[in-house]
Design a protein around this ligand. Structure first.
Ligand SMILES: Nc1ncnc2c1ncn2[C@@H]1O[C@H](COP(=O)(O)OP(=O)(O)OP(=O)(O)O)[C@@H](O)[C@H]1O
Length: 270
């Protein structure tokens, strides 16, 4: 078992931001949630983990974030981004925005820096930049109850960005949103990824979302989650409405969908 963070992963993995090697997770009580899986994610890559409910996607993110330890195998993350107080290699965006209802948007976004005892002026500067990035500058003094679901998720994203992480782990962040809001946030996330060059690992149930967003889609089999198939997504950049309605997009969604169905069927037969 190994879990480590180092400025660079060894050898040819130097261009690699995340490396899982034969990683497994067995929870207390004997639930075999994950693996073994091998997965390398390159610096600056946008990868989606796609799989049915309970296949271990969140478990994989938790191992990478260091919130849980692998039962065997290793999980390694490159970079110890301490460019600012409270800086982390990793930012985490959950399905629920998990905002403090009694605090303003500004206070919610600044929380990670406040916990790290960053000076007030520095917190204000980084919060303003993060809010501008998610187009919420006009809502800095608003409270979560005054915001729509999409806006709350933007606040959650700003809070993850405020420490300037190298890696963003996103666990079904848009699953609870209506389709129009989801599409808009998909486009905003792609713009953010292009501009900031972060490594993004995105968990979703949605074939359509995974193909639209990612450079690579990793299809997982049901519990214990293993990698059943991988697809490199071919798309013109920047992606937008034209890609969403293209035959190339439809064909890739069909292929990924088939692999997901095959993975589930294989498990049922096993
Ligand atoms: N702390 C825990 N203790 C015991 N079992 C757990 C724990 N966390 C998750 N599990 C089990 O491990 C399996 C994988 O869970 P996980 O949340 O990683 O799946 P998932 O693919 O993210 O699911 P979903 O898409 O529904 O969020 C599930 O069967 C779940 O019940």
């Amino acid at each position: 078992m190994a879990l480590s963070s180092s400025p660079d992963l060894d050898g040819p993995a130097a261009a690699c931001a995340i490396r899982l090697h034969a990683a497994t997770k067995v929870y207390r009580g004997g639930v075999e949630a994950l693996g073994p899986i091998d997965l390398d994610i390159g610096r600056g890559e946008f990868v989606s983990l796609l799989g049915s409910s309970g296949c271990g996607k969140s478990t994989a993110l938790r191992l990478i974030a260091g919130l849980a330890r692998p039962s065997s195998g290793s999980v390694r993350v490159a970079g110890e981004a301490t460019r600012r107080p409270g800086g982390h290699a990793i930012g985490f965006v959950f399905q629920e925005p998990t905002l403090m209802p009694w605090s303003s948007v500004r206070a919610n976004v600044g929380l990670p820096l406040k916990i790290a005892h960053a000076p007030a002026a520095e917190i204000a500067r980084h919060v303003d930049a993060a809010l501008a990035r998610v187009e919420l500058s006009d809502f800095a003094e608003a409270y979560p109850r005054e915001l729509s679901g999409g806006m709350k998720m933007r606040v959650s994203l700003a809070r993850a960005l405020v420490t300037d992480p190298d890696i963003l782990l996103m666990d079904e962040p848009f699953a609870a949103l209506d389709e129009i809001t989801r599409f808009r946030l998909n486009d905003d996330l792609l713009a953010l990824w292009r501009d900031l060059g972060k490594t993004i690992l995105f968990v979703t149930h949605s074939v359509f979302e995974s193909v639209y967003l990612s450079q690579r889609v990793v299809v997982m089999s049901p519990r214990p989650g293993r990698i059943a198939a991988e697809f490199r997504i071919e798309a013109p950049e920047p992606r937008g409405a034209e890609f969403r309605t293209s035959t190339g997009y439809a064909a890739q969604c069909r292929d990924v969908s088939r692999a997901l169905a095959d993975a589930s069927a294989a498990q049922v037969r096993a």
